[in-house]
Ligand binder design. Structure first.
Ligand code: ADP
Ligand code: MG
Length: 319
């Protein structure tokens, strides 16, 4: 039996959202607007991202993974600011109302939403090429958001977790191997939400790594009007990535490949003990990869201290 738009919303989205425990949702799905009650003294961090089938994920990707990834990448933007997730809205464009697809999609969405305590409070449903737009709203104590424009000369540059994995994982997803470690790093990014809140105390600037370290760190450099020295041999690479594609390709993917959703941040030179403690407490590796300098631009150094050229983006196909 065909699903009406109203039944679809009620069955797949309103019910899951009604189970959210957040007391700051005065009015959720079902009216013309949601009514939300932010806490006094907080600022709101707001971001929206659209994922288009065939562009941001393979057309045939598993709906659970599509939902997971769509919300996770938005949560990563909140993490990049050091914000605490609170609410989100979903604009969903679907080629057809397929119950099995919707069941799996809404399960993925509510699994991530519950884990990060973010409530679905509204949205829009239309017919067309499969496209998912999610807007997230989070809160951050007044004046404490981690911005891109605060890096200073002499700051250390740090990266959380491992980078390069997701770019290799995407290739595996494309050739029908979606379940290994690397593929899961693409399909199930883990936004660094709690880690980011601890980092607010030490970071001068931060960004999440969605387009590759070179591109994303460059955003910090431009906004902060500084440059950077980055040590190639300090890039945090997983053993799985090196085993799969060798050290040279692993470094290239870490610099140029996107989709890892780790954080890159800067912090004053005196903060390294504090950063080690945060890393230990939250169980996430944090690696120092370089230093902010006054000379504009980003320079890569090899182990001998020689400047090396950044790898080209093109050329990566299969292993
Ligand atoms: P309106 O016509 O007033 O914009 P809609 O009929 O589009 O309202 O939506 C009815 C209610 O369902 C609204 O509260 C809206 O926020 C919510 N809604 C619609 N689509 C979705 C969706 N995909 N996910 C969550 N909520 C949705
Ligand atoms: Mg209306």
């Amino acid at each position: 039996m065909a699903l009406s738009e109203f039944e679809l919303i009620r069955h797949y989205f309103a019910q899951a959202s009604a189970r959210s425990q957040r007391s700051d949702v005065v009015l959720g799905i079902g009216d013309d607007c949601a009514i939300l009650a932010p806490q006094a003294g907080d600022e709101l961090a707001v971001s929206v991202d659209t994922l288009v089938a065939g562009v941001h994920f393979p057309e045939q990707a598993n709906p659970y993974d599509i939902a997971y990834r769509s919300l996770a990448v938005n949560l990563s933007d909140l993490a990049a600011m050091g914000a605490q997730p609170a609410w989100f809205t979903l604009a969903l464009t679907l080629p057809e109302a397929n119950r099995q697809w919707l069941g799996s999609f809404s399960q993925g969405l509510s699994d991530v939403a519950n884990r990060f305590d973010i409530a679905l409070v509204g949205g829009d449903t239309t017919r067309g090429h499969l496209t998912i737009s999610i807007q997230v709203i989070g809160s951050v104590p007044e004046g404490q958001a981690m911005r891109r424009d605060g890096a200073n000369c002499g700051d250390g540059i740090y990266v959380t977790g491992f980078i390069g994995d997701a770019a290799a994982g995407l290739e595996q997803v494309k050739v029908g191997k979606p379940r290994g470690y690397l593929a899961q790093r693409f399909s199930r990014p883990q936004p660094r939400v709690s880690l980011a809140q601890a980092l607010r105390q030490v970071a001068t600037a931060a960004i999440d790594i969605s387009d590759g370290l070179l591109a994303d760190l460059t955003h910090i450099l431009e906004r902060s009007e500084v440059g950077a020295k980055v040590a190639l041999e300090h890039l945090p690479l997983s053993d799985q990535l090196i085993d799969e594609c060798g050290l040279e390709m692993a470094r290239k993917l870490a610099l140029r490949g996107g989709d890892d959703y780790e954080l890159c941040f800067c912090a004053g030179a005196g903060q390294s003990a504090e950063i080690e403690a945060i890393s230990r407490d939250l169980g996430v590796p944090i690696t120092s990869i370089g230093e902010i300098v006054s000379q504009p631009g980003l320079r890569l150094y090899d182990a001998a201290g020689e400047v090396v050229a950044a790898p080209e983006k093109a050329g990566y196909q299969h292993f």
